[in-house]
Design a binder for this molecule. Structure first.
Ligand code: NAD
Ligand code: DAU
Length: 348
């Protein structure tokens, strides 16, 4: 059967890398990128592949059920890889309802559309839901999240993603939707919107602005290069059993303050500044409410069962990321003009 894969959120950070990988690696597939182009969606992320003959863009909102039906019919959608979401924890603290609408109701709209459209032969299709390790809540100093860790979300963002995961599972159990779920740790890389730690700090180091470290900088995250996340999605989409879930991570834990110091070291070198100059920009600010202390993924299952592992070290990925931002200053200027300024002033 010809594969016509709907990738939602394909103009965003991770989605753009997934779209690029599928368009270039699978010329026989048709890739339909559905995106509402919110502040986080940017077609500049896909400039290099936008004219590919197996690629189509549909501007649409996953809250519009009728529009989803139209798109499923128009393109004979056979599979879904669902990434569209409100994705930033700090914004979820400022405006939780946007997260409830898009992440929960939007996901249910998509499930409902897929269920109705695929009803003649559900088993021939796949719904791949892309989710986060934040659904598991927080770890103390020890231990790892596994696929059987109980859900315990702490922010409006993670609660909305946890809810969407539950709906995917419920549509699988109740209606037989053939789903897979991936729960991934923190991504970094090109096209990352400068509201998240790494791209925000890269931009602020370039422009000599304060680096707002929340609390004491002791919170820990597990970082994965975005292209390796896209590779993991490709692997799970093609090879996982139905109703499987996989944790995806970088085996790469960093305390925020140590990560910030590594970033400063690499950037001062690349910018030709004396070593440590940008450390003066570090500014400790009020902590994020409900700030999860530590995330750490045990990615053994995807490694052992499907043979996936990260392809680059953190130092390689971070260096490539910084190089990308230094040579894409126009991209940075475009995304930091307009409404970004308003958000920045409200947040910091
Ligand atoms: P992002 O914010 O960069 O991109 C989200 C995309 O979704 C944007 O292009 C936006 O325009 C689109 N979108 C938002 N609301 C929409 C709606 N109602 N209808 C249609 N499109 C809409 O997000 P990201 O960081 O690329 O994350 C993508 C997915 O991966 C999310 O589901 C997120 O929860 C998950 N995830 C992210 C990370 C991470 O570190 N960034 C880690 C694990 C999982
Ligand atoms: O774990 C996966 C999740 O990672 C994804 O599901 C989310 O979509 C993604 O945004 C990310 O969430 P985090 O909250 O971990 O990422 P963020 O980059 O916002 O923050 C990383 C850490 O840095 C966190 O401990 C908060 C801290 N931080 C963040 C910002 C933006 C700061 O100290 N200062 C900042 O200005």
């Amino acid at each position: 059967m010809q594969k016509n894969i709907l990738i939602t959120g394909g103009a965003g950070f991770i989605g753009s890398h997934v779209v690029r990988l599928f368009v270039t690696k699978y010329p026989d597939y048709k890739i339909i990128n559905l995106d509402a182009l919110t502040y986080a969606g940017n077609l500049e992320n896909l400039k290099d592949i936008e004219h590919s003959s197996n690629y189509v863009f549909e501007k649409a909102n996953i809250l519009e059920a009728e529009k989803l039906k139209e798109i499923f019919s128009k393109h004979h959608i056979t599979d879904v890889i669902h990434l569209a979401a409100e994705s930033h924890v700090d914004r979820s603290i400022l405006s939780p309802m946007d997260f409830i609408y898009t992440n929960i109701i939007g996901t249910v709209n998509l499930l409902q559309t897929a269920k109705d459209f695929w009803k003649a032969d559900l088993a021939a299709h796949r719904f791949h839901h892309v989710s986060t390790d934040e659904v598991y809540g927080t770890l103390g100093d020890e231990g790892f999240f596994t696929e059987t860790t109980a859900y315990s979300p702490n922010s409006p963002y993670s609660a909305s993603k946890a809810s969407s995961d539950h709906f995917v599972r419920a549509y699988g159990e109740t209606y037989g939707i053939p789903y897979v779920v991936t729960n991934c740790s923190n991504n970094y890389g090109p096209n990352h919107f400068p509201e998240k730690l790494i791209p925000l700090f890269i931009n602020n180091i370039i422009t000599n602005k304060p680096l707002p470290v929340y609390g004491k900088g002791e919170n820990t995250r597990d970082w994965l290069y975005v292209i390796d996340h896209a590779r993991a999605i490709d692997t799970v989409f093609h090879h996982a059993a139905n109703h499987a879930t996989y944790n995806v991570g970088g085996f790469n834990e960093w305390k925020n303050i140590d990560l910030v110091k590594l970033l400063i070291k690499l950037m001062d070198e690349k910018l030709g500044r004396p070593a440590g100059t940008s450390e003066a920009l570090i500014t400790y600010v009020k902590d994020r409410p409900g700030h999860d202390l530590r995330y750490a993924i045990d990615a053994t299952r995807i490694n052992k069962e499907l043979g996936w592992s990260p392809s680059v070290t953190f130092e390689e990925g971070l260096s490539a990321t910084i190089d990308w931002y230094l040579s894409n200053t126009e991209w940075l200027q475009h995304v930091t003009s307009g409404n970004y300024q308003k958000y920045y002033e409200e947040q910091y």
